[in-house]
Design a protein around this ligand. Structure first.
Ligand code: ADP
Ligand code: 5GP
Length: 247
């Protein structure tokens, strides 16, 4: 595709959907791919808005027909990105954002290495659990086993953070929204796409904000990883660091 492909992943409950919704209200020219899923709608979700909700048979027929750019099984349900999202974004000259899990991001990176990937982290497991519980309560059901499963999965997903170009710690919402917006605008500026109404000083501020989210530059990341029991792993000697964008 001609525009920029953004991938965003996070452990469930980190606040990724909240961030993406705010981003979409703040930047123009960015399409959001609506995935297909076999899970049931949650809370106020509507078919065709958050997801296309389909049966397993319908999903598998789409897989057979080559309709997905990538697909994966997450928490016992299938999720997939329709190829059509890329076609439409390319036709309209827009950038495209995919909200996908770490397996899906891996698949997309193989075929589209220029994709700009962003990993969202909650500040610590306690906050993650609180957000998962608050969201479940707001949706009218708090199933302890579901929350436990999501917390356990968070730790294994976080281990993949090195595969991502940018890391966002979603602690204070406004700050994380500003950082995510800066990443998108800065990647556009890098490709020579001017930001409407941005002065040179704004561009420098955006670049600085985005740069601080580059993997390797993130203040306090070690503390976040340690809180998930992953601190020691960071200090393993001779560990190969993945170069997410070959720069
Ligand atoms: P995800 O899409 O990553 O599963 P959500 O966007 O649904 O997560 O957020 C989970 C819950 O956390 C929601 O109730 C949301 O309002 C809340 N939340 C998100 N970001 C923050 C934040 N920075 N501070 C406090 N609460 C947040
Ligand atoms: P949820 O059910 O909470 O909306 O999403 C569960 C997980 O599925 C999240 O990590 C989300 O990013 C991921 N997901 C949503 N759509 C897709 C998709 O099209 N492909 C893949 N691989 N994962 C997806």
């Amino acid at each position: 595709m001609a525009g920029i492909l953004f991938l965003i992943s996070a452990p469930s409950g980190s606040g990724k959907s909240t961030l993406v919704n705010q981003l979409r209200s703040l930047v123009d020219g960015l399409d959001f791919s609506i995935s297909y899923t076999t899970r049931a709608p949650r809370g106020s979700e509507q078919d065709g808005r958050e997801y296309h909700f389909v049966s397993r048979d319908q999903f598998l027929a789409m897989v057979e027909g080559g309709g997905f750019l990538e697909h994966a099984e997450v928490f016992g349900n299938f999720y997939g990105t329709p190829r059509e999202s890329l076609t439409l974004a390319a036709q309209h000259g827009r950038d495209l954002l995919l909200d996908i899990d770490v397996q899906g991001a891996d698949q997309v990176r193989q075929s589209m290495p220029d994709a700009v990937s962003i990993f969202v982290l909650p500040p610590n497991p306690e906050v993650l659990e609180m957000r998962l519980r608050n969201r479940s309560r707001a949706e009218g059901s708090v199933a302890d086993d579901v929350i436990e499963r999501r917390l356990a999965k968070a730790r294994s997903e976080i281990q993949n953070y090195r595969q991502y170009r940018y890391i966002l710690v979603n602690n204070i919402l406004d700050k994380a929204v500003a950082e995510l917006t800066a990443i998108v605008k800065c990647e556009r500026l890098k490709r020579g796409v001017p930001e409407n109404g941005s002065a040179a000083g704004d561009s420098m501020h955006l670049a600085d904000l985005a740069q601080r989210c580059r993997q390797g530059n993130v203040n306090g990341l070690e503390g976040v990883l340690r809180s998930f029991g992953l601190g020691a792993q960071m200090r393993l000697p001779n560990q190969q660091l993945f170069q997410p964008d070959g720069e």
